[in-house]
Design a protein around this ligand. Structure first.
Ligand code: FES
Ligand code: FES
Length: 186
């Protein structure tokens, strides 16, 4: 059977770029399609699945990562535009085998239930405490206002951030007396 020759197949690598990203203090090179979001590249190309998919509309905050110390919604960020920036994910929170005080405080205050929102909250809170070591309850509430949680009702999350300040040797500006592990301040 004769017919028109087949169209040359499209190069499967067309639209793919080699990205060089600084993630959790490590320079990593990955090939990814140019339209991939930072969320997709972190999870699918780098295996950093601590950063979660949520709404992918910029509304839930569960995909929050830090870029040069500031919270960024990775579902709305094109990975190609973040080369040269210092990206930090939840996997980069602990150091030298020690949990970040926020991780410890979230665990002992019951601030993580299903845990899906937790990485985003931890990173948004880390950005706050790095900038404002002793924030008021109002400042904590403001800093976390872009992050949604379906489980905790938020109070335990705010308490955990205040507990992390205490664990790091500070004292929360709210003056809230910290509960013993597992207890509540209210
Ligand atoms: S998944 Fe990014 S804001 Fe919801
Ligand atoms: S702990 Fe379940 S959504 Fe926040």
């Amino acid at each position: 059977m004769t017919g028109r020759p087949a169209e040359p197949s499209q190069d499967r690598y067309e639209g793919t770029v080699l990205l060089s990203l600084d993630v959790n203090g490590e320079r990593r090179q990955v090939a990814a399609r140019v339209e991939k979001t930072l969320l997709e590249v972190l999870r699918e190309e780098m295996g950093l699945t601590g950063t979660k998919h949520g709404c992918e509309l910029g509304e839930c905050g569960t995909c929050t990562v830090l870029v040069d110390g500031k919270p960024v919604l990775s579902c709305l960020a094109l990975a190609v535009e973040y080369q040269g920036a210092a990206i930090r994910t939840v996997e980069g929170l602990e150091g030298d085998g020690r949990l970040d005080p926020l991780q410890e405080a979230f665990a002992r205050n019951g601030a993580a239930q299903c845990g899906y929102c937790t990485p985003g909250f931890l990173l948004a809170a880390r950005a706050l405490l790095d900038k404002t070591p002793n924030p008021s309850r109002e400042e904590i509430r403001d800093a976390l206002s872009g992050n949604l949680c379906r489980c905790t009702g938020y109070l335990k999350i705010f308490e955990a951030v205040e507990d992390a300040i205490t664990l790091a040797g500070g004292s929360p500006a709210s003056g809230v007396r910290r509960p013993a592990a597992g207890g509540s301040a209210l």
